[in-house]
Write a protein that binds this ligand. Structure first.
Ligand SMILES: Nc1nc2c(ncn2[C@@H]2O[C@H](COP(=O)(O)OP(=O)(O)OP(=O)(O)O)[C@@H](O)[C@H]2O)c(=O)[nH]1
Ligand SMILES: [Mg+2]
Length: 328
């Protein structure tokens, strides 16, 4: 049995091969003829070990297939792990399962042809184990990645793609979570320092005709080349927003960030993603007000919140009207 140093996890491929080969070695075919038993045992080894491997590999990718990832989840995964990483890992695992299936078929034929020579049969089984092992070891990093991605998604809310959603975004500490708590059922942590929110969270708001998913995100600084995974998660949520991005600006600057920097982040997003529907809102209106033409809200006094909800409602109604009729 493979041994790992204390506290260290064995690579999934090593564990998996160990289980598959151990299970296969317990094959005890019944037959009066010794040479029949030899042949059957060898065939069973191939069939059982490949079946165990295939079952495990299929279960490793099942989380991404039943049901398939939503566009929003895909955006989060691409943002965190790099675009294409997920697809590549899935494709490589699928390819390995096909190769193992093919190898098993070929080996069964080769074993039959090698019979009744016990040494030749043994050689074929060992050759099968060797080839299968190298295919499984080759996808070790992909298996580890997929495990990581599965854990990441498990810790994130799953948005319903059939319901509208609004992603609340902006610089750190500008009052995103406070507004999410005002608008929805979510009860996020609120504190007077940046990066209080570390990952996305979702609450629901009742708009009368629809249930709106309100997504809280970590703050974004948007400095080129220095984004950390927490910021990337917020950017991915914004980029993958199904319906509306609520971009918050804090003109009081009590967040600690100059308004000019917040404005320039907003301008960059508008320039690079003209396809997004962005609603610009100024926060902390109890502390600072200025004639900007934007909606102003205060999560402390509640000022502007009913107007904001009304605006969201009318934007969603417009989208519903603009959307093509659903298929029968
Ligand atoms: N006066 C006033 N303070 C507010 C308002 N909204 C939020 N704050 C305060 O601003 C600070 C930051 O609020 P959060 O809601 O945690 O801000 P955030 O944007 O979610 O912050 P991060 O998650 O760190 O990015 C807290 O001290 C809040 O109490 C507001 O409308 N008025
Ligand atoms: Mg927050």
């Amino acid at each position: 049995m493979p041994v790992a140093a204390k506290g260290e996890r064995l690579p999934e491929s090593v564990e998996l091969l160990d289980i598959a080969f151990r299970r296969a070695s317990k094959a005890t075919p019944r037959s009066d003829s010794r040479s029949d038993r030899n042949l059957l045992r060898a065939r069973l080894k191939v069939v059982r070990s490949s079946a165990t491997l295939l079952r495990h590999l299929r279960s490793r990718i099942a989380f991404a297939e039943r049901p398939p990832l939503t566009d929003f989840q895909r955006s989060l995964v691409d943002g965190r792990f790099g675009a294409g990483t997920f697809d590549r890992a899935i494709a490589r695992v699928r390819r390995a399962t096909e190769r193992i299936r093919g190898l098993a078929r070929e080996s069964e034929g080769a074993i039959d042809r090698a019979a009744p020579d016990p040494e030749a049969i043994g050689r074929e089984v060992r050759a099968f184990y060797g080839r299968v092992s190298s295919h499984v070891r080759e996808i070790d990093r992909d298996l580890a990645r997929l495990r990581e991605i599965q854990g990441f998604l498990k810790a994130r809310p799953r948005l319903d793609p059939a319901e509208p959603s609004v992603v609340v975004a902006g610089f750190p500490n500008v009052g995103k979570s406070s507004l999410v708590a005002r608008l929805s059922s979510a009860r996020p942590e609120i504190a007077d320092y940046p990066f209080t929110t570390r990952s996305i969270a979702v609450g629901h708001a009742d708009l009368g005709f629809d249930r709106l998913q309100v997504v809280d995100t970590p703050g974004i600084l948007g400095r080129t080349g220095t984004t950390n995974p927490i910021e990337r998660e917020a950017e991915a949520a914004m980029a993958g927003a199904a319906t509306i991005v609520l971009f918050l600006l804090d003109p009081s600057e009590s967040s600690g960030y100059p308004l000019a920097e917040q404005e320039s982040l907003l301008a960059r997003w508008k320039e690079h993603r003209p396809d997004l529907t962005i609603l610009e809102v100024e926060t902390k209106s109890d502390l600072a007000r200025r004639p900007s033409g934007r909606l102003a809200v205060s999560s402390v006094t509640g000022e502007g919140v009913p107007e904001l909800l009304a605006r969201l409602k009318s934007m969603l109604r417009d989208r519903l009207r603009a959307a093509p009729p659903p298929d029968d």
